[in-house]
Design a binder for this molecule. Structure first.
Ligand SMILES: [Ca+2]
Ligand SMILES: [Ca+2]
Length: 97
């Protein structure tokens, strides 16, 4: 029983370190729940210009806020490119492969 508890604590600590510890450096602000922002880039980019604009992002994630979009848009050109999206997925462990 005690051993299980210790294992759980170790696992929890690891999760906290690896999980959003990296995310804090990546995003200037807090994201409500990065896990709910799981999507394939082409599915969000409905006009196919290889950029996800705010209206496309908002259409895909109706619950989102401009702050989330701003956090994703690291170079602040008002669009999320595939590299920015990949950086976000990697920071939050959302990639499948
Ligand atoms: Ca687009
Ligand atoms: Ca951008």
């Amino acid at each position: 029983m005690q051993r299980a508890a210790r294992w759980f604590m170790a696992l929890l600590g690891l999760t906290l370190m690896l999980g959003c510890g990296g995310g804090m450096r990546h995003h200037p602000g807090e994201l409500p729940d990065p896990g709910s922002y799981k999507a394939r880039f082409p599915d969000m980019d409905t006009n196919g210009d290889r950029l996800v604009q705010w209206d496309e992002f908002k259409a895909y994630f109706p619950e989102t806020t401009p702050e989330v979009f701003a956090a994703l848009d690291m170079n602040q050109d008002r669009a999320v490119d595939p590299d920015e999206w990949r950086a976000f997925e990697e920071a939050h462990g959302l990639r499948d492969n």
